[in-house]
Structure formats: structure tokens, C-alpha cells
Design a protein around this ligand. Sequence first.
Ligand code: PLP
Length: 405
Amino acid sequence: MAFDPCALRPLFPILSQPAYDHPLTYLDNAATTQKPIAVLEAIQHYYSTANANVHRGSHYLSDRATNHFEQARTSLANFINAPEHSHIIWTKGTTEAINMVAYGLEHLLEKDDEILITSLEHHANLVPWQQLAFRTGARLRVIPLTSEGDWQLEYAHYFTDRTRIFAATQVSNAIGVHPPLQEMLALAKQYNAYTLVDGAQAIAHYPIDVEALDCDFYAFSGHKMYGPTGIGVLYGKSQALEVLIPYQTGGEMVHHVAYQATEFNVLPYRLEAGTPHIEGVIGLAAACEFLQSQDRAELLKWEQHLASYTYQRLFKVGGIDIYSPEKGTTLVSLTVPNIHTMDLNSYLDSKGVAVRAGSHCAHPLMAQLGIAGTLRASFACYNTLEDAERFCDALIEAIEILADD
Ligand code: PLP
């Protein structure tokens, strides 16, 4: 492989520290990624040179802050190939973006309308729709996995004349599966449903083109793509964003206010009440720049290589149930019969290996798989083959020790 992750590691200072006298092996990237120096410096530079509230002021610093802030919106639009900067709405993250849409579309839903999701969804792309269904009398329908255990979805019959909203993840955070998104989105369009894609697990790995996807909404979080926490994006087509009832009201999102009525601002401000997370926005734009400065196809190939290397090594060991696909994904999700994933996690942690054990905010998916949770190792561009090996070695050791208990 030509790509060398060691060249990237100095850009991520957190990775050079030990964890309990072991090299830190950070494989919890699906939960959150580490941040490159460029992101940390962009935030510090903003506070050192431009800090002021945006849009409201009429002074030097406020203009500077507003320029950086709005340039960041344009960077994000370019990053996902959104046609206009006004299609980018700043949110706290994927969860808030999806809640914003679920709240904003409520006025269009009637009893017995259908909201369709897949069985791969994170709770963030499930609970808001479930609650919306409860409030409106709509039905939440879930596209199941096939009974063959091959992680395929039996989706065709689930789209009906009553489907008003279709929301699906691009990549499963729990088991790394990619649903047939393009086909499902095309079907949803045939039924004139609003479509939302949860891009939380895709955004760091895959170049995203919202025009090509042709979804109405696309949601993602900055912290999963080397950016800061507390900032994310809701992309929407103009006509889709226009129909959303603002989820929050207050300052910034208004054009004119009188006691009798309020005239809302234009997009994107109409959906951004209050002082925004300015340094988060600046940091997120720096994260985009970091990713755009890399050969993203090479990064992806490397991350997939690490995942399939890990898969193959563990598969050869035997006695491990692997739930993620062998190829094409950037994580490995597994269980070991008769050993609790939390015990495996604790052992790995004691060796400096950071992974995640549990249901990964996907209780219904775990229930369908008949398990309580999995152990998930998820890779990012700065992970090395040694990281994958340390994970495999520590896991194999843990199994030997814990199996005897
Ligand atoms: N959707 C998916 C697929 C996720 O993996 C996550 C987080 O793990 C979320 C949504 C929620 O993201 P956030 O907590 O950043 O809002």
C-alpha cells in the first residue's frame, strides 16, 4: 500500500501519548475522531484574532468573525457539493439536524401517513421519527433485514402511497453495513416522500455529493470528521428547507418582530436561532480543508484495508462472530460467545486499546441480531497496521484469559 498513515500521525498530537504505559491505540473513531493541529489552530486563531458575535455587529471584529463564519458555510457547501451556501444549516450535530427535520415536517403529516426507516438506524435516526409518529398518528415502518443473515434489506414493498418521509443511514454505525441507499432514495422519490440521509458514519470516509444522492436532507456531525464537537450540518434542498417550521425561534432567525407577529428571516438564518457555535463552525471548515488536502480515495482504501485485515486475522482465529462485512467497510464489529463484550473491552483498555462495547445506540438492531451488543473497532486515516495488530493481539489474549474464567 502506497499510503503511509505515519506521515499523518504528527498532525494529531493526542495520538503520541501513552495509555497506561502502552502505546495509545485509538480505534473508537466511529464514536468520535481525533482532531488535527490545523483544527485546533483554527479555533485558537479565531479567538486570538476575530472573536465577536456574528451578523449583529457593525465593527471591525464582528465583520471579521462574520466573514470567517460565512466563508466556512461556503466551504461546507463545496465539501458536500451543495449548490448554494444557503443550503447549509448549522446544527449541534446529526441528532439535532434530524430532530430539526422531524419537528419541521410535523405540520405536513396526517394520521396513517407513513414514516419509513431501516432496521440499521442509530437511535438518532429512529427516536425522533417514532416520537413524530406518536404526535401525529402517523405510522413508523421499518424495513427489515432479510432472514438470510446477509445484511440485505427487503425494501421494495415498504414504499407505498402513504410514505411521506423516508430516512436512512448511509453506513451503519453498529455493523458497518451500507444499505442500497441510491435505490431506496429513488423509490422514495417515486412516492413523493421527503428523504433524509444520516451521513454521520459516511462523512469522514466517503466523498459526499448531495446533488448526486438527490436527497432532500443530509445530516452529519463535525466531530466524526476530525472537526470539533457541538457542531454539525443539516443540508437541505431549498424547497425542503423552506417547508420546515423553525424548530427554535428567537434572535438571528427573524427579519422583523412586533408583539402581534414575527416575520422570519430568509434561509439559512431562518433555521438558526440564537448565537451560533462560531468556533465550532471555524474548526469544522478547517477539518474540511484537512480532508480536502488529502487523497481521499487513498485514505478510504487504507481504512478499508485495516478493517479487512482485522476481519481476516480474527476470522482465522475462529470462535469469533463477526457482524460487519469482510470488505468495503471501515470497522469490525464482533462478539465472542460466552464472553461479555464489556469484559473484552476492559481487557483491551488495560492494554491501551480504545474500542467500543455495547449496543451502539441501536437497540432494535441488536434485538434483531439476537445479541445485547458488539465490540466495535473503527478505523480512521491515522491508524496504522500496528494499531490493527495490537487490537487483534489483545483481543486474542483476552479471549484466552476470559474463556478460562
Ligand atoms: N447517526 C449515526 C449513524 C451515528 O453513528 C451517530 C453517532 O454515533 C449519530 C447519528 C448521532 O451523532 P451525534 O451524536 O453526533 O449527533
